[in-house]
Design a binder for this molecule. Structure first.
Ligand code: FE
Length: 355
């Protein structure tokens, strides 16, 4: 694979990295991560360069606003997290990138683990980003929160019948469950938290139960899964809230609803999108300024709101549509566990026959 960046052509990535990233599921195509080959500008001195696996329409309005307020220009490319992380690793010290923005703590943890980030000491970030949504070594910080929750058919399921992620493995849901592929990092992170809580044996039973209950093959993305519920192929599934929000925005009458599970126990599984400053950043001070700006105020509301997610900063108000889904108790685990237990989760899902 060869790709144009800033007018130059970069060679393909190191094989070793592809292996690591393949394991982490980063190369899985993501609806948020389509290639936007942005060859517009060669970075000027003092200009921040961002690699983003969040799509252009989710980051460009923020970058434009930051530039308008500070005069600091931003160049960026968007691509899948796998290719971006592989590129950063291949570029090493020569990288033009100052910041990597990506989704899921599992991915941010991987990026930190292979040495792509540098620690950032910032009182603003410490005050803005809750402890459980940042790296313990300050190499990455959450910027938005997404819940991975239960979605159900309002035509065939009474919400009283639902309770927990674990309960979806019981006979009540035999032939009624739809799941997205286990290759997606979102599901790896969910299973990682189950392992943290229940240990591997109990978690394997739960995941096997899910697999036994599947109505059909796993889906490539959350939207296709929800469309299958609407079509009557299955009755319940597990999805990220913003994908539900997109369908609901297009069709307010869609016969689906979200359910907040585990309210008497662990709470709803939450994850983040976030960012870190690259190890070889050429403009670390400006990049830190951007990161702090993104974690506060109107930028913070926009960062979450543009994708119908929750702001990571608890002082920032939630988008109105998102608010309409109701309040819930979220899991208190530090999201780092998603990275720490990712390999274990992948192996467990494989043993349980979750494809
Ligand atoms: Fe997503």
């Amino acid at each position: 694979m060869v790709k144009r960046v800033f007018g130059t052509v970069l060679p393909s990535m190191a094989l070793a990295t592809s292996l690591v990233l393949g394991l982490s599921g980063c190369s899985e195509p993501d609806q948020e991560a389509q290639v936007e080959d942005n060859t517009k500008a060669k970075p000027q001195a003092g200009e921040i360069v961002v690699y983003s696996s969040r799509k252009e329409h989710l980051v460009k309005p923020l970058f434009d606003k930051f530039t308008a307020e500070t005069g600091i220009k931003i160049s960026y490319i968007t691509d899948g997290e796998g290719p971006l992380m592989a590129r950063l690793e291949a570029e090493g010290e020569r990288t033009p990138a100052d910041m990597l923005i990506t989704v899921d703590a599992g991915n941010l943890w991987q990026a930190a683990n292979i040495g792509l980030f540098q620690p950032v000491q910032s009182e603003v970030l410490e005050a803005s980003v809750p402890e459980k949504f940042q790296d313990s070594e300050n190499r990455w910080f959450g910027l938005s929160v997404r819940a991975r929750t239960i979605v159900y058919s309002t035509e065939r399921v009474k919400p009283e019948a639902l309770s927990t992620y674990e309960n979806l493995s019981t006979e009540d849901w035999d032939g009624r469950l739809c799941l997205r592929t286990s290759k997606k990092v979102y599901n790896q992170s969910l299973v990682a938290t189950l392992i943290e809580r229940h240990g591997p044996e109990r978690t394997e039973q739960i995941v096997k139960g899910w697999v036994d209950n599947l109505a059909t093959d796993v889906f490539p993305n959350d939207t296709a899964l929800m469309e299958a519920i609407v079509a009557g192929q299955c009755d319940v599934g597990v999805v990220n809230t913003y994908y539900f929000g997109r369908l609901q925005k297009d069709n307010p009458e869609i016969p689906l609803a979200l359910f907040w599970p585990n309210q008497q126990s662990s709470g709803v599984h939450v994850n983040i999108s976030g960012a870190g400053i690259t190890k070889h950043a050429k403009h670390p001070a400006q990049a830190k300024q951007l990161l702090e700006w993104l974690a506060q105020g109107e930028a913070q509301a926009m960062f979450g709101g543009l994708n119908m997610e929750y702001p990571v900063n608890p002082d920032v108000p939630v988008d109105e549509l998102v608010k309409s889904w109701g309040e819930f108790k979220a899991d208190d685990l530090n999201v780092e566990v998603a990275g720490r237990r990712q390999v274990e989760a992948i192996k467990l899902m494989d043993r349980a026959g979750y494809r």
